[in-house]
Design a protein around this ligand. Structure first.
Ligand SMILES: Cc1cc2nc3c(=O)[nH]c(=O)nc-3n(C[C@H](O)[C@H](O)[C@H](O)COP(=O)(O)OP(=O)(O)OC[C@H]3O[C@@H](n4cnc5c(N)ncnc54)[C@H](O)[C@@H]3O)c2cc1C
Length: 488
């Protein structure tokens, strides 16, 4: 199947690349070499859709990142396409010129180089924000410049809902390509499991659809395989008729959870490094209007210091969960394990003690985060006829994550080293007691962790075959090299 589809592309390449790039390449002909030439060609063709460091909006655009570390990088030029055809033209040009580039959706991946680039071209999706709701098909078409709150807002009028990001401003594209934790993965699977069609620009500039009937292997690979295969210019996602949701926001003091609640779903546990005060928060939602939501009864029974339960449209809930760009210099490190209350409490206590060793890092904001993967959630992906690249066993798992914010570049390596050593050591204890899972979620890990090592080898090999078939020139490995890449 791969070789058949590959040969189709190679034939199509000769016809289509020539056509779509003709107007741009006419200006640079065969002499185009590198980033600077590609920027010049794009500028001649697309005018003020190209920003240079001297352009009025360049600096503001370079701040559209959650992680300050991403804004440390500065591209030679930025291209803000408005259509898929423009994306295709640009990628064909990058390929032709051998120009390195980076792609930005919502700009939230805290992996420097994943979404910005020094001495390269940034292709940023700010101006591709259309959303089309198809009520008859129960789907929504989403362009890659949208944030999840935009999708929930567009669906609100029809009482529909989609499975996507939990916080307001997370980008649709990056989250859907790596998996996508929503509150209701247990019933609907992950965001990736809800995508029924991808429109994709390949490395040679051709545009293809990937769905259950067409390019099925690419369809599978895009479900969790990240930015290794092409640029997605449209996601078509299933929608679900859920006009109202029941919500709960619970806050606990440390005394309330120190003993026996480790296996529960504490979304975030924050330590104020100055006062030493720990605060744990759960943000949960439940389908329907039963309020307070009964699925959280065990958490409510602990007696939180504050709680707020409501019934509201999904967009109201998501819209209130903000996380601002330029949050801090931020890095995640995480590991995955079988739920075990005693062991999770041990890790939590060890984290608290360990954090004090880095207390002099200016502006340190340490948070211990727990995310759940349920057996039933894994099952949704495994039984929908296409699967996903994770290939998860159908068992409950907990991702335990350190999220650290800090202020100064001078502390980058120190924080990275400290956090990595911490998670590696405690993971090794989990390995020794058969509690460890090697699964790593790309949305929760650092740039020094390799998520592909935690996937079944057969799936990684299949992804590499898909990559060879759809991107034989290696555009999304060598020119667009940032982010979680399959490697060679
Ligand atoms: C505060 C915060 C909250 C989060 N909450 C959640 C959550 O609730 N659930 C969850 O699952 N994850 C969550 N994450 C993780 C999040 O899903 C990832 O960081 C994700 O990559 C963000 O997508 P983005 O489009 O904003 O990121 P970007 O940084 O723009 O993109 C991420 C990667 O995808 C590539 N990319 C972007 N657009 C495209 C495209 N159209 N085609 C091909 N490649 C593309 C980029 O080049 C980059 O490598 C959270 C992260 C943060 C920082």
């Amino acid at each position: 199947m791969y070789s058949f589809e590959a040969s189709k592309f190679l034939a199509a390449e000769l016809l289509i690349v020539g056509a779509i790039t003709s107007s741009v390449s006419a200006q640079n002909s065969s002499t185009c070499a590198g980033v600077s030439d590609a920027c010049t060609s794009l500028s001649a063709h697309f005018g003020d859709q190209i920003l240079f460091p001297t352009s009025a909006n360049y600096s503001a655009e370079n701040l559209n990142y959650w992680d300050v570390r991403s804004s440390d990088l500065a591209s030679t030029c930025m291209f803000l396409p408005t259509t898929a055809d423009q994306v295709a033209t640009a990628v064909a040009l990058f390929n032709q010129c051998g120009a390195e580039f980076s792609v930005r959706g919502g700009g939230h991946m805290n992996f420097p180089g994943s979404n910005n680039i020094d001495d390269g071209i940034l292709l940023a999706f700010d101006q591709m924000t259309s959303i089309t709701v198809n009520t008859e098909a129960s789907t929504v078409d989403v362009s890659p410049g949208n944030r999840w709150v935009d999708v929930y807002q567009a669906l609100n009028a029809t009482g529909a809902y989609a499975i996507g990001g939990r916080l307001k401003t997370i980008g649709v594209a990056g989250l859907a390509l790596i998996g996508g934790h929503h509150y209701w993965n247990n019933k609907y699977g992950f965001a990736m499991d809800n995508v029924v069609n991808y429109e994709v620009v390949l490395g040679n500039g051709t545009q293809v659809s990937a769905n259950n009937a067409t390019n099925h292997d690419l369809f599978w690979a895009l479900k969790g395989g990240a930015n290794n295969f092409g640029i997605v210019t449209k996601f078509t996602m299933k929608t679900h008729q859920v006009p109202l949701i029941s919500t709960t926001a619970l806050t606990y003091s440390e005394e309330q959870f120190g003993g026996d609640i480790g296996a529960g779903f504490f979304n975030t546990i924050s330590l104020n490094i100055t006062t030493g005060v720990v605060s744990a928060r759960i943000a949960g939602t439940q389908e329907g209007t039963e309020s307070p939501p009964s699925r959280f009864a065990n958490f409510t029974a602990i007696g939180p210091v504050s709680s707020s339960t409501n019934v509201m449209p999904p967009v109201t809930w998501h819209g209130a969960l903000k996380t601002s760009d330029q949050f801090a210099r931020v890095q995640f490190q995480s590991k995955t394990m079988t739920p075990d209350a005693a062991r999770l409490i041990e890790i939590y206590q060890a984290w608290k003690a360990s954090v004090t060793q880095a207390a002099d890092v200016e502006g340190l904001q340490p948070t211990f985060v727990l995310n759940v993967i349920s057996a039933s959630g894994a099952k949704v992906g495994n039984n929908n006829g296409v699967g996903n690249v994770w290939g998860l066993e159908e068992k409950n798992l907990i991702i335990w994550q350190l999220s650290n914010g800090w202020v100064n570049q001078a502390d980058d390596l120190r924080v990275t080293n400290w956090a990595k050593n911490f998670v590696d050591y405690h993971h090794s204890i989990n390995q020794a007691s058969s509690l460890a899972s090697e699964f790593l979620y790309m949305g929760d890990i650092g740039e020094n962790q390799n998520p592909f090592l935690g996937m079944p080898l057969a799936n990684v090999q299949r992804m590499r075959e898909v990559r060879s078939a759809y991107d034989p020139a290696g555009v999304f490995s060598n020119l667009n090299w940032g982010g979680f890449k399959l490697g060679h």
